[in-house]
Design a protein around this ligand. Sequence first.
Ligand code: 26Q
Length: 833
Amino acid sequence: MATKKTTTSKATAAAAPAKLFDLSVEELKSSIVKHLHSTLGTDENKANKRAWWNATCAATKELAFERLRQTQKTHYTQDTRAIHYLSLEFLMGRLLSNNLHNLEVFEPAAQALKELGMDINDVCDEEPDMALGNGGLGRLAACFIDSLATLGYPAIGYGIHYEHGLFRQEFQDGRQIERPDEWREYGNPWEICRPESTQDVPLFGYVETVFDEAGALRKKWHPGRVIKGVPWDVPVVGFGGKTVNILRLWESRASDFFNWDVFNAGGYVDAQVENAEAEAVSKVLYPNDETEAGKALRLIQQYFFCACSLKDIIRRFRRVHNGNWAKFPEQVVIQLNDTHPTVAIPELMRLLIDEYQLNWDDAWGISRRVFNYTNHTLLPEALEKWAVHLFERVLPRHLEIIYEINRRFLNDEVEAKWPGNDEIKRKLSIIEEGNVRQVRMGNLCVVGSSKVNGVAQIHSDLVKRDLFPEFDQLWPTKILNVTNGITPRRWLKACNPRLAAALTEKVGYGWETNLDKLRDLAQYADDAEFQQEYMAIKRANKEDLAKLVKELTGIDISADAIFDVQIKRLHEYKRQHLNLLHILALYRRLLENPNYDMHPRVFFFGAKAAPGYKLAKDIIYAINKIAERINNDPRIKGKLKVVFMPNYRVTLAERIIPAADISEQISTAGKEASGTGNMKMALNGALTMGTLDGANIEIAEEVGDDNCVIFGLTVEQVEAIQAKGYNSWDYYYGNAELKAILDWLDTDFFTPGKPGELSAIKRSLLEGGDPYLVLADFDAYSEAHKRADAKYRDSKGWARSMIINTACMGKFNSDRSIEDYARDIWYLTKCDV
Ligand code: 26Q
């Protein structure tokens, strides 16, 4: 044992790398105090926590902005090619602790605050989450810009500066209530407004055909309205602090120019209406994920931020290259985060043709080289479509351009490959014919992009096989896979300091950027001492979470129990109701046999439902009601607890993930594109209880079958069952326990005096046909839980598996994803700052 200790401490002592900012605690203290005085106008004795937080942010910001200036200067003088990541969502979470960690000054800052009488965790807790996203797709964008800066790639994120991010969730008698998110109520210290880069955005109106001086036919769009976009910049600090890129978020305002017209005509009140309408565009994030709403305001949001971003990109390009458009695709590459920013494609065409007078072929050649598209879903209801009539009203010129793109694509490329085949033309057309004609954004993306990627291997395979098979035949190298990843800075170093310190002890410095280094940990998988240490860390994290649960929900839980966690948006395909049925099975078994053999278990849920998604909200209600009953039933002696953590968000994820024993990833095979929570929990030592879906497959490959619990139907089996005609009633009548549980939902056992309040779940599983095969997977799921339970009781075996999980997550570093994109899609090179 003693010898091992020596080797490990050597690992850390040997390689302590130099840090960019070698700030002393004294320097940080005086900077924080200086900002308390001059930025906040208060002093050490009067300051409240918010002031301390603001002052600490201001001190940190000084470092970040110093590096931001350096980075921008270097990128400008070296005229670097850059990636422009367009996303309607960036789910950033809090920035203070992250930025301190990435600047590698967290420890001295903690000490500085301590000497000033403050606890850094309390100070960081003052920060509201920057929740400008729904879930996976938005958080992925945030991890990616972290990795881009860490790796030193010139990059800029473009998005919307929503006044209200994703709603705050409250429960009232177990039902979800949505409250507005007020993240900027008292200002946000991280952003700076750049009014000098304001852009105008035209909307509505009509298109006129004119002839220019040379007699050429030109299109002139006469917009019915113009609004303006004001950019707010947030620094994106790479780990090590060398590169600081920016996230540029656009806020909509009424254009001054337009208001004057109305005002002069005596329409003061009308001008205020115009104002409110213009400001509505960036007012609120749409809370639907995985459903396409088709609302005009959403289309306007999409166009608004694409138009602002493209003008910004072109302004920067023209500053150096003026009219040398052939250079444009060499300098600019754009990634479309799902189809949400697709309208950027016809917008770039419009700018090149109408504003800069390029001919169609040149404009199209440029445009197609610049864009790439990431698909995040196969669910048909999530595939974006816009009614042609809506498009025509909002963006008349863009609709013309889309028609022309479609005409040329079908007549030239599709006709050449499949001569005279109208069936294929109908399938590949960007316009869907039917009662209401619709623009298919996915098809437009594929036609207008260089590369199209899925987000996990199986998902990319299905994108090729099921979603875009003909496109894949037409362009066999266009569709490829880039498996998602997560940043180990936020999702291990910052959120799990105990484990982070132990890892550095064992494998040395540098795992934060080279996560493969954690493989060295595998040699300690059977080391009793390290097993003890890892288990003690998990236990301490669980105790922290138990305290938080008590504070937030009043529920008492014990860290002795298995912490079984399902945290993700609420959706039928993610099958929180499968988890719930299994909880009911355990509860029933315990009631029937108080000695039923199981290790005590706490089931955690964190999930928001889209406000209009009825069944999702019913599932939340059912979980809450069932939790209430179970948690207060003395007969089961605390062996089973159910905790629904309200208002699940990035900050709560950072508390739950380090404490998870089991990670629930139980989507119907073929439905979850990737998942990223699965990676976060495995990295922090949880064992995956998962179906063979999305990135679970790749996680299982990395950790091995002994270190995760895989169950359920495969994609092929799901297809076979559905082809044969799935009948969920067979499972209901074929399994007495399952029948009893489902019938339970019809009683008033969980909702005293109100029978039937939980029946919607049963109905959807039986009369509704159980579209996500919950009942078909129930037995396998229940068996898998028995295996997990048995495994947990072998504590050495469990510790071993935790260690292996942490050790084997190197692949899921978002730095690896970004290197894949840089090499295979963006052709991007790093730039030393
Ligand atoms: C569409 C139209 C109108 C309003 C909203 C939307 C909308 C918004 C958000 C549609 C979809 C989303 C988000 C989707 C999402 O988060 N997908 C997840 O992406 C992750 C990152 O790739 C994957 O890991 C998950 O599997 C996938 O579900």
